[in-house]
Design a protein around this ligand. Structure first.
Ligand code: GDP
Length: 315
């Protein structure tokens, strides 16, 4: 990659897209293209085609997607399926038509079977039934992977698919209805502390295990793969360690300074029992996560205090 490459980051306002833009700027990439939703609706095929034909980016990072935690996914499967398939079909085919040199499609660890062997190797894709709470999203992401692979097979394009584990960090979504667990518990622990509540309500049983990767680590993996990986075979990105939701809630309580008790809302689903990615493939290529979970959570809490706490308290 050259510093003068024209790079389109789709979804630059999201958790992942904003981290990728931050990193590319820091590394000296100066020709970045971004568009907010009102300027470019990625669900609109003709608008997307015109945009790509006009801008002709060299590189595309497709970080635009409808995303959300376990509740949002179970509540809105139609939107998760339709919008994600529309956005990725439009962007991937327009990237091909306009001659994009390399595209990175972002998948998710939920593409793997609910009961996949742990840690989950890339070869587990399509070897068993999916977790029902995020099946619609997973099916959309699997369609995106297959589309990138089909373009590679039929037209020789260099479109790669990267599977991140659960991500968190500055820029996360702290809306309790749609967020993922880490951001939700940070906000709940903070609000419980400042309003002197005695209990912090955590969904499910606390037994499921998840792997968490700080988003700046993920952005560095994306750049590493842009520079070092040219295969249509999917590749996992994670930190290689997981933690139970119970331990995560305790750790967050400690970092935030919440001194009350945890209580369990067992009416909420646990989702998949365990989701730990096998990251040996990317580690063999020479990339490894660097931000320990405790530091990443502390830094995300600082970001939350500076950018979200007051604003959310006013709602
Ligand atoms: P998942 O990884 O796709 O299951 O998505 P989430 O990050 O939303 O949820 C992970 C796990 O954390 C699930 O077992 C949830 O039930 C649990 N969890 C506990 N408390 C919360 C919460 O307040 N919000 C969310 N989103 N999940 C929670």
């Amino acid at each position: 990659m050259k510093l003068s490459d024209k790079i389109y980051v789709a979804g630059h306002r999201g958790l992942v897209g904003s981290a990728i833009v931050r990193l590319l700027r820091t590394r000296g990439f100066s020709d970045l293209i971004t568009r907010v939703h009102s300027e470019l609706d990625l669900r609109d095929q003709s608008v997307v085609r015109n945009f790509f034909a006009q801008e002709k980016p060299d590189i595309v990072v497709l970080a635009a997607a409808r995303v959300g935690g376990i509740k949002a996914n179970s509540d809105a499967p139609v939107e998760f399926l339709i919008e994600n398939v529309e956005v990725q079909n439009n962007a991937i085919s327009a990237a091909h038509e306009s001659g994009v040199r390399k595209l990175v499609f972002l998948g998710s660890s939920c593409i793997y079977p609910k009961l996949a062997r742990q840690p989950i190797p890339e070869s587990a894709l399509l070897t068993g039934p999916l977790e029902p709470t995020n099946e619609a999203y997973a099916i959309a992401k699997i369609a995106g992977i297959k589309l990138c692979q089909a373009f590679a097979q039929e037209y020789g394009t260099n479109f790669i698919s990267v599977m991140p584990t659960n991500l968190y960090g500055p820029g996360d979504n702290f809306d309790l209805e749609t967020s993922h667990v880490l951001a939700a518990l940070l906000r709940k622990a903070h609000e419980a502390k400042v309003t002197r509540q005695r209990e912090l309500v955590v969904w499910g049983t606390g037994e499921p295990r998840r792997e968490f990767l700080q988003v700046d680590d993920f952005a560095s993996a994306v750049l590493f793969l842009l520079e070092n990986y040219d295969s249509p075979e999917i590749i996992n990105v994670g930190c290689g360690e997981d933690i139970s939701i119970r331990c995560l809630a305790e750790l967050i309580g400690e970092i935030v300074g919440f001194e009350g008790d945890l209580s369990w809302d067992r009416s909420k689903p646990d989702g998949t029992p365990r989701k730990l990615l096998d990251v040996s493939k990317i580690e063999k290529l020479g990339w490894k996560a660097t931000i320990p979970l405790r530091n990443g959570i502390a830094q995300t809490y600082d970001w939350f205090l500076k950018h979200r706490a007051r604003q959310l308290a006013n709602i």
